[in-house]
Write a protein of this length. Sequence first.
Lengths: 166, 927
Amino acid sequence: MSNAKLPSTVRKSRGDDLVVSGNQDFVTMTIADQMFGIPVLQVQDVLGHQRITRIPLAPPEVAGSLNLRGRIVTAIDVRLRLGLTGRPKDKPGMSIVVDLRGELYSLMVDSVGEVLSLTKEDFERNPATLDPRWREVSTGIYRLNGQLMVVLDVPRLLNFTTIETA
Amino acid sequence: MDDLLSEFLTETNENLSVLDVELVRLEQNPNNPELLSNIFRLVHTIKGTCGFLGLPRLEKVAHASENVLGKFRDGELTINPEAVSLILQALDTIKSLLAVLEATEAEPPGDDLPLIERLNLCAEGKLGGPAPAAAAPPPPPPPTAPAVAASESRPVTMDELEALWNSTPGPNDIPAPAAGTAVATRAPEPAEEPAQSHDLVVPDAEPVAAKVPAPVAPMAGASGGGNAGAADAGAEAATKESAVAAQTIRVNVDLLENLMTMVSELVLTRNQLLQILRSQKESEFAAPLQRLNHVTSELQEGVMKTRMQPIGNAWAKLPRLVRDLAHELNKKIDLQMLGADTELDRQVLELIKDPLTHMVRNSADHGLEIPAERVKAGKTETGRITLNAYHEGGHIIIEIQDDGKGLAIDRIKQKAIQNGMASEGELASMTDQQIIQFIMKPGFSTAAKVTNVSGRGVGMDVVKTNIEKIGGTIEIKSAQGKGSTFVIKIPLTLAIVSALIVECAGERFAIPQISVVELVRAAADSEHTIERLKGTPVLRLRNRLLPLVSLQQLLRLDDSEGAKKTEEETFIVVTQVGTYTFGIMVDRVFDTEEIVVKPVAPILRHIEMFSGNTILGDGSVIMILDPNGIASATGEMAMGEAAGKEAAAVQTQRQEDKMALLLFRAGEGAPKAVPLSLVARLEDVDLATVELSNGLPVVQYRGKLMPLVPIDPNFVVANEGRQPVLVFADGDRSMGLIVDEIVDIVEEKLNVQLAAERPGLMGSAIIAGKATEVIDAGFFLTQAYKDWFGSSTQEGFEEEKLQRVLLVDDSPFFRNLLTPLLSVAGYDVTAVENAGDALALCEAGEDFDVIVSDIEMPGMSGFDFAEAVRHGSRWQRVPMVALSSHASARDLDRGRIAGFNDYVAKFDRDALLFALQQTLTDQKGAA
């Protein structure tokens, strides 16, 4: 683990999110057979399949908007955000609702798993060779038994201005 | 107690508590100008209000404090603890005066001369050393002191809250927390520090309202420890007899927002229940559900109502204010208020209230003149201030208009230089509009002296900041001697609007009802059908062509299901934005619904087609279309730009005649234009009827053969289909110019900027914001008939040498139009652009047979020119023909007196040719 070679942004956000010593809890989810995690405190809701209103002219990653108990939630297709192909029509999928600066966003994923409590020792920074698009939205990787979990950085996942420049 | 007074007390107490905190902060950060100007503004407001309410003692103290603060602000005094103490002491005095005022509804007798004197001394910078013993130590700042801005809470009338209370099934239900906080009462004892949590003010202990705090108070206790202190205060308020009488309480807006969300949720649940009920024949739930239904509806309505308030509420103070002002300033002012029932989100209302008051005050003080001056200026003695509020295109517009003297540009310039805001050179290059903007800058005031009313330079900058805070804009129009108008435009982000729900390609959208003019159904079997001009859909609606916008194309909706429907039946939502009317094509129209506009997520804000989104009654999310955005995305923009350019052009260029131009497309390159006055008719020719005669295409038209001339010589006339044709007619002959598409008719000043390099083109000009080629109709006319212009005139002069015509016209367009026209008619034309050049030609010994001159020209007018020619020049016997767009009898006479032989309207080609012929013949006869 060499600190020196990391881009400064990664180091900074690690400081923001992972200063807590000891265990951190993550909501896990699967997208295209890859496991991802979001810190549990950032998650507001987990939803099943929802009726979504399409938003014309919106960026392709924006799947539409939906009504969550009277609040309008913008649905983001995480698959497209990560540069993957869209979800097949026959699979319903699930969503994780997160709050960013007072606005609710629903992250559409394939499925949502359990909540894991993970220790810092298993955490590792993004490999330098990781797809830049993933590196952009991930704070690091947890080594789990038998698989790896990518930690998603919600603010950066929802920062769409970087998509155009990327 | 007077409503005004009680409101004043509430407001001033709030301001004072804010001031306490801010002053202490200022002492710690003396270099924070923002803090200082906020303090200054608050004191200014207190002083101002005291003045209007006729509270001289309070006003004097506030005025003296403001003087000191003014010196701080201008940097003439440094902020030191002594001075701050002094001001805090003045605030304490104000508080104690308010206490008496609240108890007795009158100011206590006596005065505060010692304090004022010390304040004045301080203002003059003479206050040295610590304050005398009399000066009280500054009161400790409120411990936690959350400076609760008035804007964050809003009064709800007791009735509304009570209605809510009654319609709520049980104490544990939704509004319970609301009522709980409702007890967070401001202590009514003004001598005390106002209670910290004055989110809600229940300052009412009158018998009628007393019952409200009573049931509420225990609730608050039960609702948790957080509000315990406040609850005590509430209980205290309930027992006290000296509270300000008012039927309102203040509720935090967040709370209402929350309440609203919950109610929406309740509505949805109810709808689901009713849905289930409908599928069951007999159910014992029917009756209770019916009841639930009603209660929910009423609850929803009640909660909605708490947010919306007519703007008239913010205006209620104004008549009194204006009356007092009129009195004080010795002016006669008539205040008119229009659209007082325009509903506005209360939060927005709170924020624009002060700016509005400021602006009305400004209009009364600076804008309107004193009666004597008004009479001198030929106006009625009574000045008028008009307030007008209305919805427009998704915005709320508030206009404040006065018929006074308008903004004094020179004074603003002077002041700007004086305050070092701009140099003389900079000002010289600015337009009036830019100069006017200076009044929005901080620390700017043109009032000759600082009066009680205005002139301290708090005002327009505060107004602007407040309005911009809520995403609004302010625009100033001013006409010297005629008055000024301030137009405030506030987005409806928070407002409730009625919207039309439409469907397109399987998606539903809301269109604000306010911009919808009418709905038209277009189908193959109905009287309205959509026609296409080169693919662009248009609709004939009451003898006018309405441009259509396909929502499906605009929003790039894929038409999996909508496609078939579009062919059979389309609905057109006729929409108006400003003066631009267009139709939006949709597949279906549902219903109108009241919607609460919610802003779209930040990542979608760049899409200008949407003004927001909302949740419909059935729980689905729907996007709200922004007619402004659609209009600007589909061509209205060009008009707007052109208008802007026009305005700019006025500054530098002199006014040229506007004329109607027909815009069309034909052949390659830019759109083309021809003066509409030259075109006789527009026809749509069936190409199957085109025949060839003498190798040229002709068509039978009204019993005659009409030659068709294409603009592009290589154009091949197709065998079938239809083709738009511009018909030029002269007497019994007509000719058709084949074009591809007729685009529009515009009124524009025509200024040919680039000369043409091709025959048939006069040159290029900017029309409707685009480079457009102006065609030379004469060229095509002669293509159809070689002798078009010459038929009557040429014969007469064939034997003679060419007649020489001198054409004097300042407009390059007309020189370009008339020169070929006259040349073709057999004249030798010399064109000059002004009378001076023409006289120079005279000096130079040129000779002409006839002079054709424009009347309106810069420098020497046509009349002067004619007089100059007639009085002693070499040309005094040369006949002259005047050309003018004004052809009234009076003009004619004037022309004759000046020496013109004939007078012709500018656009009348035939009349000109005839007049020339006539004049020359007369001349010959005379010779």
